[in-house]
Design a binder for this molecule. Structure first.
Ligand SMILES: Nc1ncnc2c1ncn2[C@@H]1O[C@H](COP(=O)(O)OP(=O)(O)OP(=O)(O)O)[C@@H](O)[C@H]1O
Ligand SMILES: [Mg+2]
Length: 320
C-alpha cells in the first residue's frame, strides 16, 4: 500500500495522520472540459466521524464523492481514502456508497439486488444471508425482501440503495443526498442509521443540501460553492457561536459604524447590526462605544444562528 507522500504542502501533522484518516485530500480538482467542477479541495475526514459536505446545486458535491470512490479521475491534486490513494481497488471493498442517481433493475427482488451487491463486494457467500437480513432490517424493508424493485416507491428505492451501501460493514460510507426522496420518518431513520454507523466506528461522508439534517448529525462539515470550499470546521465554528450579538441602533453615523468593525465580523442591515465572534465580556464596551458615537441603542440580543442562516450568509459573502 502506498503511504501518503510527505509532500511539503502537507503540514507534518497532516502527513503523519493521512494514513489513519478516513479521507484526506490535497488540492483535489476536477474539470470537465471548460467546467471547473471542483477546485483546490483540501480536507480531512477522521475515522468514526460524520462529515457533512454542503453546497448549492452544481457546487461540486457529487463530483467530490465520485473522485473519492474512484468513479472519476482527478485532473489535479491528490486524495487518500482509508490510507490508500483514491481508486485503489482493494480499498473500494471497504467503502459503502449510495449514489445520487441510481436505478436498480425493476425485475429484481430487493433481496436479489442485495445478493448481487454482496457478490460484487466479494463477501464470502456464507455471510450473505445475515448481511442481507441485517441491511433490510436496518433500512426497514424486511417485509419487502421478496418484492420486485419496480413496485417500490422512490423512498423505498432510496432505502434499498442505503441498504446496499451498508453491506459488508464498510469503514467509510459515502452518502450522496441519502434522504432526497424520503418522508420525515425516513429522514429520521437515516439519521439514526448514521448515528449507529458512527457508534460502530464507521466514518460517514454525507452530501446534502438539507441543512437541518446536517446540523443534527454531523461532527464537522465543509461548505462548497462553485467548486471551492468556502468554510470548514465544526458546527459551532461554522455557526460562529463564540458569540454573535444583534444590536438595534439608530442615529449612528457612517464613521461610527466603521469604527465598530473592531468588535467582530460585522453584518450591517441598517438598524440591526450583527457582530460575530464577540466575547460576551465586550458587549457593554460595544454598547458604550455606539453611544459615544451618537447612536441610540434599542436592543441587544444574543443571536442563535441556524445553519441555514449561516449557509446563506456564506454564499452572499462569496458573491460579494
Ligand atoms: N460528467 C460531467 N460532465 C460535464 N460536467 C459535469 C459532469 N459532472 C458534473 N459536471 C459539472 O460540474 C459541476 C458540479 O456538479 P456536481 O454534480 O458535482 O454538483 P453538486 O454539488 O452535486 O450539485 P447537486 O446539488 O445539484 O447534486 C456542475 O457545473 C456540473 O454541470
Ligand atoms: Mg449532487
Amino acid at each position: 500500500m502506498q503511504r501518503p507522500s510527505t509532500d511539503r504542502n502537507l503540514n507534518p501533522i497532516e502527513a503523519a495522520d493521512a494514513a489513519s484518516l478516513a479521507v484526506h485530500t490535497q488540492d483535489l480538482a476536477k474539470r470537465y472540459g471548460k467546467t471547473v467542477a471542483l477546485s483546490g479541495l483540501t480536507m480531512s475526514v477522521r475515522r468514526a466521524e460524520v462529515f457533512g459536505f454542503l453546497g448549492p446545486n452544481g457546487a461540486g458535491k457529487t463530483t467530490a464523492v465520485k473522485l473519492l470512490v474512484g468513479l472519476a479521475r482527478p485532473t489535479a491534486g491528490q486524495a487518500w481514502v482509508l490510507g490508500a490513494p483514491v481508486g485503489d481497488l482493494k480499498t473500494r471493498r471497504r467503502l459503502g456508497y449510495l449514489p445520487e442517481l441510481f436505478r436498480y433493475q425493476g425485475w429484481m427482488k430487493a433481496s436479489e439486488v442485495l445478493s448481487l451487491h454482496c457478490e460484487l463486494a466479494g463477501l464470502p457467500r456464507s455471510e450473505w444471508k445475515a448481511e442481507i437480513a441485517g441491511a433490510l432490517e436496518t433500512v426497514g424493508l424486511s417485509e419487502r425482501a421478496d418484492d420486485h424493485v419496480e413496485g417500490f416507491s422512490k423512498g423505498m428505492q432510496q432505502r434499498l440503495g442505503l441498504g446496499v451501501a451498508l453491506l459488508g460493514r464498510p469503514e467509510l460510507v459515502l452518502l450522496d443526498e441519502p434522504t432526497s426522496a424520503l418522508d420525515p420518518v425516513g429522514r429520521h431513520d437515516v439519521r439514526e442509521i448514521i448515528r449507529q454507523l458512527k457508534e460502530r466506528g464507521t466514518a460517514v461522508f454525507l452530501n446534502s443540501h438539507l441543512l437541518s439534517e446536517v446540523e443534527q448529525v454531523c461532527d464537522r462539515l465543509a461548505v462548497v460553492d462553485r467548486g471551492r470550499v468556502i468554510a470548514t470546521g465544526t458546527m459551532s465554528q461554522i455557526l460562529g457561536q463564540d458569540g454573535a450579538v444583534r444590536v438595534r441602533v439608530t442615529g449612528l453615523p457612517a464613521a461610527g459604524r466603521a469604527s465598530l468593525r473592531t468588535y467582530g465580523n460585522l453584518e450591517d442591515e441598517g438598524e440591526w447590526l450583527t457582530f460575530r465572534g464577540l466575547a460576551s465580556e465586550r458587549v457593554p464596551e460595544l454598547v458604550s462605544e455606539i453611544v459615544r458615537h451618537g447612536g441610540r441603542v434599542y436592543a441587544v440580543e444574543p443571536r442563535h444562528e441556524t445553519l441555514e442562516d449561516r449557509f446563506l450568509q456564506l454564499l452572499k459573502e462569496q458573491e460579494a
